[in-house]
Design a protein around this ligand. Sequence first.
Ligand code: ZN
Length: 314
Amino acid sequence: MSETEQREKLKVIYCMGSGRSGSTLMSIILGNHPKISGPGEIYTIHRLKEENFSCSCGERVEECTYWASILEEWKSNVGIDSFNQYVFQSKNVVENFKSPIAWLNLILNYPSKRALYKNYQDNTYHYLSSIINHSKKPILIDISKNPLRAFALLKHPNIDLKLIHLVRDGRSLAFSLKNSRRENIRKRKVSRTALFWLIANRQSDFVLKRAKNGLRIKYEDLALHTDRTLERIAKVAEVDPKHLLDVIKGSLANDKSHIMEGNRLRNQKSIKIKLNTDWEEQLDFEKQRTFYRIAGKTLRRYGYQPLPKNKGVS
Ligand SMILES: [Zn+2]
Protein backbone atom coordinates (compact mmCIF):
# COMPACT_ATOMS: atom_id res chain seq x y z
CA MET A 1 0.00 0.00 0.00
CA SER A 2 1.28 3.48 -0.78
CA GLU A 3 1.72 6.18 1.83
CA THR A 4 -1.35 7.99 0.48
CA GLU A 5 -3.58 4.96 0.92
CA GLN A 6 -2.46 4.37 4.50
CA ARG A 7 -3.24 7.84 5.76
CA GLU A 8 -6.32 8.30 7.86
CA LYS A 9 -8.80 10.66 6.20
CA LEU A 10 -8.93 14.18 7.58
CA LYS A 11 -12.37 15.51 8.43
CA VAL A 12 -12.86 18.91 6.85
CA ILE A 13 -15.91 21.14 6.57
CA TYR A 14 -15.43 23.60 3.72
CA CYS A 15 -17.41 26.76 3.23
CA MET A 16 -17.48 28.01 -0.37
CA GLY A 17 -19.26 30.85 -2.15
CA SER A 18 -18.82 34.45 -3.17
CA GLY A 19 -17.42 35.92 0.03
CA ARG A 20 -18.94 38.35 2.54
CA SER A 21 -21.76 35.88 2.94
CA GLY A 22 -21.44 35.23 6.66
CA SER A 23 -18.71 32.61 6.57
CA THR A 24 -16.78 34.14 9.49
CA LEU A 25 -19.92 33.92 11.56
CA MET A 26 -20.41 30.32 10.51
CA SER A 27 -16.82 29.51 11.42
CA ILE A 28 -17.26 31.03 14.88
CA ILE A 29 -20.48 29.10 15.51
CA LEU A 30 -19.04 25.81 14.32
CA GLY A 31 -15.67 26.45 15.96
CA ASN A 32 -17.46 26.64 19.29
CA HIS A 33 -18.30 22.94 18.98
CA PRO A 34 -16.03 20.71 21.10
CA LYS A 35 -15.20 18.63 18.01
CA ILE A 36 -14.63 21.43 15.47
CA SER A 37 -11.90 24.04 15.16
CA GLY A 38 -12.30 27.19 13.08
CA PRO A 39 -8.84 28.40 12.05
CA GLY A 40 -10.25 30.90 9.52
CA GLU A 41 -9.56 31.61 5.89
CA ILE A 42 -6.55 29.33 5.70
CA TYR A 43 -5.84 29.53 1.96
CA THR A 44 -4.59 33.07 2.66
CA ILE A 45 -1.33 31.46 3.84
CA HIS A 46 0.07 32.79 0.54
CA ARG A 47 0.23 36.18 2.33
CA LEU A 48 2.66 34.78 4.90
CA LYS A 49 5.39 37.33 4.19
CA GLU A 50 3.08 40.36 4.17
CA GLU A 51 3.49 42.85 6.98
CA ASN A 52 -0.24 43.06 7.80
CA PHE A 53 -1.05 39.36 7.58
CA SER A 54 -2.27 38.85 11.11
CA CYS A 55 -3.74 36.31 13.47
CA SER A 56 -6.68 37.17 15.74
CA CYS A 57 -4.27 37.14 18.70
CA GLY A 58 -2.79 40.36 17.28
CA GLU A 59 0.56 38.95 16.15
CA ARG A 60 1.57 38.54 12.55
CA VAL A 61 0.78 34.93 11.57
CA GLU A 62 4.45 34.17 11.05
CA GLU A 63 5.27 35.42 14.55
CA CYS A 64 2.27 33.96 16.40
CA THR A 65 3.61 31.02 18.40
CA TYR A 66 0.54 28.90 17.65
CA TRP A 67 0.82 29.26 13.87
CA ALA A 68 4.62 29.12 13.94
CA SER A 69 4.38 25.71 15.54
CA ILE A 70 1.86 24.52 12.91
CA LEU A 71 4.11 25.80 10.10
CA GLU A 72 7.13 24.10 11.67
CA GLU A 73 5.43 20.70 11.83
CA TRP A 74 4.14 21.07 8.26
CA LYS A 75 7.57 22.14 6.90
CA SER A 76 9.33 19.27 8.64
CA ASN A 77 6.97 16.81 6.95
CA VAL A 78 7.27 18.08 3.37
CA GLY A 79 10.62 19.91 3.23
CA ILE A 80 11.21 23.59 2.77
CA ASP A 81 11.21 23.70 -1.06
CA SER A 82 7.94 21.87 -1.31
CA PHE A 83 6.44 24.10 1.39
CA ASN A 84 7.55 27.26 -0.41
CA GLN A 85 6.18 26.05 -3.71
CA TYR A 86 2.79 25.40 -2.13
CA VAL A 87 2.59 28.60 -0.12
CA PHE A 88 3.71 30.98 -2.84
CA GLN A 89 2.32 29.31 -5.97
CA SER A 90 -0.92 27.45 -5.17
CA LYS A 91 -3.13 30.50 -5.26
CA ASN A 92 -1.98 31.49 -8.75
CA VAL A 93 -1.68 28.03 -10.26
CA VAL A 94 -3.65 25.10 -8.83
CA GLU A 95 -6.26 27.12 -6.93
CA ASN A 96 -6.72 29.94 -9.43
CA PHE A 97 -10.51 29.81 -9.73
CA LYS A 98 -10.54 32.58 -12.33
CA SER A 99 -8.58 30.45 -14.78
CA PRO A 100 -10.47 27.96 -17.01
CA ILE A 101 -7.19 26.10 -17.49
CA ALA A 102 -6.81 25.63 -13.73
CA TRP A 103 -10.35 24.20 -13.63
CA LEU A 104 -9.68 21.87 -16.57
CA ASN A 105 -6.46 20.67 -15.01
CA LEU A 106 -8.14 19.82 -11.73
CA ILE A 107 -11.03 18.12 -13.50
CA LEU A 108 -8.81 16.05 -15.78
CA ASN A 109 -5.45 15.69 -14.05
CA TYR A 110 -5.99 15.60 -10.31
CA PRO A 111 -5.12 13.66 -8.27
CA SER A 112 -2.07 12.62 -10.27
CA LYS A 113 1.60 11.82 -9.92
CA ARG A 114 2.62 14.97 -11.81
CA ALA A 115 5.03 16.87 -9.60
CA LEU A 116 2.89 20.00 -9.34
CA TYR A 117 -0.21 18.12 -8.22
CA LYS A 118 1.58 15.62 -6.05
CA ASN A 119 3.21 18.51 -4.24
CA TYR A 120 -0.11 20.29 -3.87
CA GLN A 121 -1.79 17.16 -2.55
CA ASP A 122 0.97 16.41 -0.02
CA ASN A 123 1.10 19.95 1.27
CA THR A 124 -2.66 20.25 1.58
CA TYR A 125 -2.65 17.09 3.67
CA HIS A 126 0.18 18.14 5.97
CA TYR A 127 -1.10 21.71 6.36
CA LEU A 128 -4.57 20.58 7.42
CA SER A 129 -3.30 17.68 9.47
CA SER A 130 -0.95 19.95 11.40
CA ILE A 131 -3.82 22.35 12.18
CA ILE A 132 -5.96 19.44 13.39
CA ASN A 133 -3.10 18.17 15.60
CA HIS A 134 -2.60 21.57 17.20
CA SER A 135 -6.28 22.36 17.69
CA LYS A 136 -6.84 19.02 19.47
CA LYS A 137 -10.23 18.84 17.76
CA PRO A 138 -10.89 16.14 15.14
CA ILE A 139 -12.71 18.30 12.55
CA LEU A 140 -11.76 21.64 11.06
CA ILE A 141 -13.81 24.18 9.17
CA ASP A 142 -12.01 25.99 6.36
CA ILE A 143 -13.80 29.16 5.21
CA SER A 144 -11.55 29.91 2.26
CA LYS A 145 -14.61 30.25 -0.05
CA ASN A 146 -12.69 29.59 -3.27
CA PRO A 147 -14.79 26.98 -5.17
CA LEU A 148 -11.79 25.54 -7.02
CA ARG A 149 -10.09 24.82 -3.71
CA ALA A 150 -13.33 23.11 -2.65
CA PHE A 151 -13.10 20.94 -5.75
CA ALA A 152 -9.47 20.06 -5.00
CA LEU A 153 -10.35 19.10 -1.41
CA LEU A 154 -13.27 17.04 -2.70
CA LYS A 155 -10.97 15.05 -5.00
CA HIS A 156 -8.23 14.66 -2.37
CA PRO A 157 -7.89 10.95 -1.52
CA ASN A 158 -7.15 11.63 2.16
CA ILE A 159 -9.88 14.12 2.95
CA ASP A 160 -13.41 13.39 4.08
CA LEU A 161 -15.08 16.59 2.90
CA LYS A 162 -18.34 18.06 4.15
CA LEU A 163 -19.23 20.87 1.80
CA ILE A 164 -21.30 23.96 2.54
CA HIS A 165 -22.21 26.38 -0.22
CA LEU A 166 -23.06 29.59 1.59
CA VAL A 167 -25.19 32.00 -0.42
CA ARG A 168 -26.34 35.52 0.38
CA ASP A 169 -28.44 37.84 -1.75
CA GLY A 170 -25.81 39.44 -3.97
CA ARG A 171 -27.58 42.82 -3.96
CA SER A 172 -26.78 43.13 -0.27
CA LEU A 173 -23.15 42.42 -1.14
CA ALA A 174 -23.25 45.03 -3.91
CA PHE A 175 -24.62 47.58 -1.47
CA SER A 176 -22.02 46.88 1.19
CA LEU A 177 -19.13 46.99 -1.30
CA LYS A 178 -20.32 50.27 -2.78
CA ASN A 179 -20.66 51.91 0.60
CA SER A 180 -17.89 50.35 2.59
CA ARG A 181 -15.99 52.77 4.80
CA ARG A 182 -13.23 50.33 5.44
CA GLU A 183 -10.10 51.38 3.61
CA ASN A 184 -8.95 47.93 2.62
CA ILE A 185 -12.11 47.29 0.64
CA ARG A 186 -12.18 48.93 -2.75
CA LYS A 187 -15.46 50.45 -3.77
CA ARG A 188 -16.72 48.31 -6.57
CA LYS A 189 -19.03 48.90 -9.49
CA VAL A 190 -22.31 47.03 -9.11
CA SER A 191 -21.90 45.29 -12.47
CA ARG A 192 -18.52 43.94 -11.44
CA THR A 193 -19.85 42.70 -8.10
CA ALA A 194 -22.78 41.02 -9.89
CA LEU A 195 -20.45 39.24 -12.28
CA PHE A 196 -18.15 38.08 -9.49
CA TRP A 197 -21.12 36.91 -7.41
CA LEU A 198 -22.54 35.03 -10.37
CA ILE A 199 -19.31 33.26 -11.31
CA ALA A 200 -18.37 32.27 -7.74
CA ASN A 201 -21.84 30.87 -7.11
CA ARG A 202 -22.14 29.03 -10.43
CA GLN A 203 -18.73 27.46 -9.82
CA SER A 204 -19.89 26.50 -6.32
CA ASP A 205 -23.02 24.91 -7.83
CA PHE A 206 -20.78 22.85 -10.09
CA VAL A 207 -18.70 21.58 -7.17
CA LEU A 208 -21.66 21.00 -4.84
CA LYS A 209 -23.32 18.74 -7.42
CA ARG A 210 -20.30 16.46 -7.25
CA ALA A 211 -20.17 16.22 -3.45
CA LYS A 212 -21.54 13.20 -1.63
CA ASN A 213 -21.92 15.15 1.56
CA GLY A 214 -22.91 18.76 1.08
CA LEU A 215 -25.65 21.37 1.18
CA ARG A 216 -26.49 24.90 0.21
CA ILE A 217 -27.28 27.33 3.02
CA LYS A 218 -28.71 30.79 2.59
CA TYR A 219 -27.37 33.34 5.03
CA GLU A 220 -30.89 34.75 5.28
CA ASP A 221 -32.09 31.34 6.57
CA LEU A 222 -29.25 31.24 9.07
CA ALA A 223 -30.44 34.62 10.38
CA LEU A 224 -34.20 34.02 10.27
CA HIS A 225 -34.52 30.28 10.93
CA THR A 226 -31.35 29.76 12.91
CA ASP A 227 -32.21 26.56 14.80
CA ARG A 228 -33.43 24.71 11.77
CA THR A 229 -30.48 25.82 9.66
CA LEU A 230 -27.90 24.88 12.29
CA GLU A 231 -29.50 21.45 12.56
CA ARG A 232 -29.06 20.96 8.82
CA ILE A 233 -25.42 21.99 9.08
CA ALA A 234 -24.83 19.66 12.04
CA LYS A 235 -26.24 16.77 10.04
CA VAL A 236 -23.82 17.33 7.17
CA ALA A 237 -20.93 17.87 9.58
CA GLU A 238 -21.97 14.70 11.45
CA VAL A 239 -21.88 16.38 14.86
CA ASP A 240 -24.35 16.87 17.71
CA PRO A 241 -26.35 20.05 16.93
CA LYS A 242 -26.75 20.91 20.62
CA HIS A 243 -23.42 22.72 20.88
CA LEU A 244 -24.21 24.82 17.82
CA LEU A 245 -27.57 25.86 19.21
CA ASP A 246 -25.91 26.78 22.53
CA VAL A 247 -23.85 29.45 20.79
CA ILE A 248 -26.83 31.48 19.75
CA LYS A 249 -28.42 31.06 23.17
CA GLY A 250 -25.54 33.17 24.45
CA SER A 251 -22.90 30.76 25.59
CA LEU A 252 -19.96 31.32 23.32
CA ALA A 253 -16.74 29.83 24.58
CA ASN A 254 -14.09 32.50 24.40
CA ASP A 255 -11.22 30.18 23.71
CA LYS A 256 -8.79 32.85 22.46
CA SER A 257 -8.29 30.81 19.33
CA HIS A 258 -5.81 31.84 16.66
CA ILE A 259 -7.81 32.73 13.59
CA MET A 260 -6.24 33.57 10.26
CA GLU A 261 -7.85 36.46 8.37
CA GLY A 262 -11.63 36.94 8.48
CA ASN A 263 -13.42 40.15 9.40
CA ARG A 264 -13.67 42.01 12.69
CA LEU A 265 -16.37 39.66 13.96
CA ARG A 266 -13.67 37.23 14.95
CA ASN A 267 -12.89 39.11 18.16
CA GLN A 268 -16.42 39.19 19.49
CA LYS A 269 -17.42 37.44 22.70
CA SER A 270 -21.04 36.71 21.88
CA ILE A 271 -22.94 36.07 18.69
CA LYS A 272 -25.94 37.83 17.28
CA ILE A 273 -26.98 36.86 13.79
CA LYS A 274 -28.27 39.99 12.16
CA LEU A 275 -29.91 40.40 8.81
CA ASN A 276 -29.13 43.77 7.33
CA THR A 277 -31.63 44.66 4.60
CA ASP A 278 -30.59 48.30 4.10
CA TRP A 279 -29.89 47.62 0.43
CA GLU A 280 -33.61 47.20 -0.25
CA GLU A 281 -34.18 50.86 0.65
CA GLN A 282 -30.83 52.40 -0.07
CA LEU A 283 -29.35 50.75 -3.14
CA ASP A 284 -30.47 52.79 -6.17
CA PHE A 285 -33.22 51.14 -8.12
CA GLU A 286 -31.11 51.44 -11.30
CA LYS A 287 -28.28 49.56 -9.62
CA GLN A 288 -30.64 46.88 -8.36
CA ARG A 289 -31.77 46.43 -11.95
CA THR A 290 -28.19 46.22 -13.19
CA PHE A 291 -27.48 43.47 -10.68
CA TYR A 292 -30.66 41.65 -11.59
CA ARG A 293 -29.99 41.87 -15.32
CA ILE A 294 -26.67 40.09 -14.83
CA ALA A 295 -27.48 37.60 -12.08
CA GLY A 296 -31.29 37.47 -11.92
CA LYS A 297 -31.72 33.90 -13.11
CA THR A 298 -29.38 32.54 -10.46
CA LEU A 299 -30.87 34.79 -7.74
CA ARG A 300 -34.30 33.39 -8.56
CA ARG A 301 -33.04 29.82 -8.55
CA TYR A 302 -31.80 30.33 -4.98
CA GLY A 303 -35.25 31.64 -4.06
CA TYR A 304 -34.58 35.38 -3.94
CA GLN A 305 -37.24 37.88 -5.00
CA PRO A 306 -36.78 39.83 -8.25
CA LEU A 307 -37.40 43.07 -6.34
CA PRO A 308 -37.51 43.81 -2.62
CA LYS A 309 -40.94 43.27 -1.07
CA ASN A 310 -41.31 46.94 -0.27
CA LYS A 311 -41.25 47.76 -3.98
CA GLY A 312 -44.57 46.00 -4.26
CA VAL A 313 -43.53 42.96 -6.27
CA SER A 314 -43.23 39.51 -4.80
ZN1 ZN B 1 -2.17 33.86 17.05
